[in-house]
Write a protein that binds this ligand. Structure first.
Ligand code: PLP
Length: 395
């Protein structure tokens, strides 16, 4: 016998991974430079030199016993303190190190946040379109993920559907702004309304409803806009951050959970994260990477290329008559396909070596995602190909 839960997952292969494998195989045939692979959300700009220098400095100048020793189970205290100070300065919060728990990226942060506020069988709501990994994140924690249908008008929250699904069983709402896959950043109005609904329903149900705010794209915003920091609007927020996209180091697995200081259980939850960690075998990110992000707080890779790429694609999509909401951040854009079935649309695009991801698994059939974390030069070369594809297949 082997575990059925995980065995069954093997048959449900990720569409994104399949498309990416297609792109690699096709690249071997015709040269990867000729395949317009818009499938994966892997950062395309290098980690900043200052970060690499810091890693080298840590390796060269630290006492190796200290550097490579076990980190404290909640993360290295000095790093947690630096992150708290940096968040306070930027968002006017009152975090201390006791509100911060270091994790292996956003995935690790969400794994802990979910377990802090749900028991098996509790419901967690998220909003379509959503990151498909939320299915295993939530369902394997024992909680049950329910997806609120999208508001395709502007991809802000569909409050009518949300309020219908917000029953007493719901212990947490998992949001992601700026959003993968829509690229949309929630407006201040949306966040305020969400906070108001949750405050009212928490009273009615006699229990808190938490916001788990997944924020790996917090630094990638467009048109000069700062992100609306969710914790500024709702005390029961667990902010889940990752350096994967902002510093372009997804392979290093580093992030944190920051729990709102006004949440009555905040400090207790951080200590609980240490216990959760024991159970799921997480046991902290590597010491050196914790120290490096602590020493370079506020540093980001040069993220401007994503806005350049977004503008190029947005303009051509609009020109070709696509229905598309202008992204507020991330490195994704999310147009409506030119036929009802986005899977067929994306299959046709493959004939032109354009690799797009149909949005059925994002909970938004009929749409598709373009991940433009690729070189601008390649985005430019893709434009006549996109034109040819659309003008030939959808005259
Ligand atoms: N949440 C969203 C919305 C993402 O897009 C990703 C990664 O692409 C993650 C979480 C996981 O991030 P990490 O690599 O930091 O675990």
């Amino acid at each position: 016998m082997i575990a059925k839960t995980y065995k069954d997952m093997l048959s449900a292969k990720s569409v994104i991974r399949q498309l990416s494998e297609f792109a690699t195989a096709r690249g071997a045939e015709i040269g990867y430079e000729n395949v317009f692979d818009f499938s994966l959300g892997n950062p395309s700009v290098p980690v900043p030199a200052a970060f690499t220098d810091m890693m080298i400095k840590l390796l060269k100048e630290s006492n190796p016993i200290d550097l490579h020793g076990y980190s404290q189970s909640l993360g290295i205290p000095s790093v947690r303190a630096k992150i708290a100070a940096s968040l306070n300065q930027r968002f006017g919060m009152d975090y201390t190190q006791d509100h911060i728990f270091m994790t292996a990226g956003a995935a690790g942060a969400i794994a802990h946040a979910l377990r802090c506020v749900t028991e098996p069988g509790d419901e967690v709501l998220t909003f379509a379109p959503f990151f498909p990994e939320y299915n295993p994140y939530v369902n394997l924690s024992g909680a049950v993920l329910k997806v609120v249908p999208p508001n395709t008008e502007d991809f802000q929250i569909n409050f009518e559907a949300f309020e219908q699904m917000l029953t007493k069983k719901v212990m947490a709402v998992l949001i992601n702004t700026p959003n993968n896959p829509s690229g949309i950043a929630y407006s201040e109005e949306t966040i305020k309304k969400l906070a108001a609904v949750l405050t009212e329903k928490s009273k009615e149900f006699g229990h808190e409803i938490y916001i788990i705010s997944d924020e790996p794209y917090r630094e990638i915003t467009f048109d000069g806009n700062e992100i609306v920091y969710v914790s500024n609007y709702y005390d029961y927020t667990l902010s889940c951050y990752s350096y994967s996209k902002s510093l372009s180091l997804p392979g290093e697995r580093i992030g944190y959970v920051a729990i709102h200081p006004k949440c009555p259980y905040a400090k207790e939850m951080v200590v609980m994260c240490g216990q959760i960690s024991r159970g799921i075998g997480h046991n902290c990110p590597a010491s050196i990477i914790q120290l490096a992000v602590g020493e370079t707080c506020g540093l980001t890779a040069d993220l401007s290329v994503y806005e350049t790429n977004m503008n190029l694609l947005y303009d051509v999509l609009i020109d070709l008559g696509f229905t598309v909401v202008r992204p507020g951040g991330t490195f994704y854009i999310f147009p409506k396909a030119l036929e009802e079935d986005a899977k067929i649309f994306c299959e046709k695009a493959l004939k032109y070596d354009l690799v797009f991801v149909p949005a059925d698994t994002f909970g938004c059939p009929g749409y598709f995602r373009i991940a433009y974390c690729i070189d601008t030069e390649k985005v430019k070369r893709s434009i006549p190909v996109i034109r040819k594809f659309v003008e030939t297949e959808y005259p």
